[in-house]
Design a protein around this ligand. Sequence first.
Ligand code: PMP
Length: 422
Amino acid sequence: MSRTGSTIRTATPAAAAPLDVQRVRRDFPILAQSVHGKPLVYLDSAATSHKPQCVIDAVSRVYSEFNSNVHRGVHALSQRATDAYEAARGKVRDFINAADSAEVIFVRGTTEAINLAASSFARPRVKAGDEILITHMEHHSNIVPWQLLCEQTGAALRVAPIDDRGQLILEEWERLLSDRTKLVGVTYVSNALGTVNPVARMIRLAHERGVPVLIDGAQATPHIPIDVQALGCDFFAFSGHKTYGPTGIGVLYGRREHLEAMPPYQGGGDMISSVTFARTTYNDLPYKFEAGTPNIADAIGLGAAIDYLRGLGMDRVAAHEADVLAYGQARLAETPGIRPVGTADHKAGVLSFAMEGIHAHDVGTILDLEGIAIRTGHHCAQPVMERFGVPATARASLGVYNSREDIDALIAALGRVAEVFK
Ligand code: PMP
């Protein structure tokens, strides 16, 4: 456990040995810089995480050593590119414990993954009068694709409420689960509140009623070890760029029987088995869903990010972040004029707050001058803002490279914000 910065102490899971955060920081070249003449304190990993040197090198090596198209060439470079791309798929399979690499589809990110599931899985099964069940704490990416689906089919979107601490009211959610529910979509971790939802239990309850479940894992994969088989989810979506990998790459995991039954999402090269003008037959999984030249280099970069995280150990990452988060919550609680937004019992990675009488954007702007990067705004979760009666929050979010010192810097700078607005 990190004991730097202050005397506030919090428990970490006993199984995990402490992470050497100073060593971790040295793996991320971007962190060794000053912003506005102050050392950078990056507290915006929920928006996007930074990349360790090994990821930068992996992407660079693709272009300098074996750049080529995959699955098509007989030449040596194409074979190397194909092997590296498919090896990255295998790394994702192991990272989320999918049963088979064929269940791992590379997409652009969580947003595309959810849209793929909405179009190819839900659309053919949903008709007027059916329902899609989500929660009040979803990111717009797990709201709007379902609204589009409802507009196209006449189905209805049902939204389970959250309480004043930002926790799902599970009994209400269960009450909304009915014969009409055709799919449940739920975020594992809320990007606006940090709430960790009881997804394993929700999946069990939904499956008891025969309802498939899609998990938005965008804010979970950087913080929590994932086992899609233990969870039993039908779909799991995540983004590479929030998990120390490149932008433009993400994953839709789907259970094989669903993926086999689904029509393709996009048509084009690579997703076909044979094409005539009379009839096209489709390629095997996962290629059926990867039309066109994929994002080869960034998939390989994501593979490197997974190697990196697994090298650190996800349990150790989770324990380290739990310590910094609890420390941050305690320090914010003792800071005058701060109203935390999202105080669930079970949280990961996110400290959202409002400052009395000061707009979140002003907080963010002043913190930036102190070299501290946070996010301000609605965090693509406008219904959450409306639920808490604020137009925006300031959000400090954590990555594996953050320490208690970063929290101390944040608290000191918030003191300066308060001075400016006195
Ligand atoms: N869901 C959640 C919970 C998120 O935090 C985000 C990104 N902020 C997304 C979905 C969308 O991810 P992306 O923009 O990488 O597609």
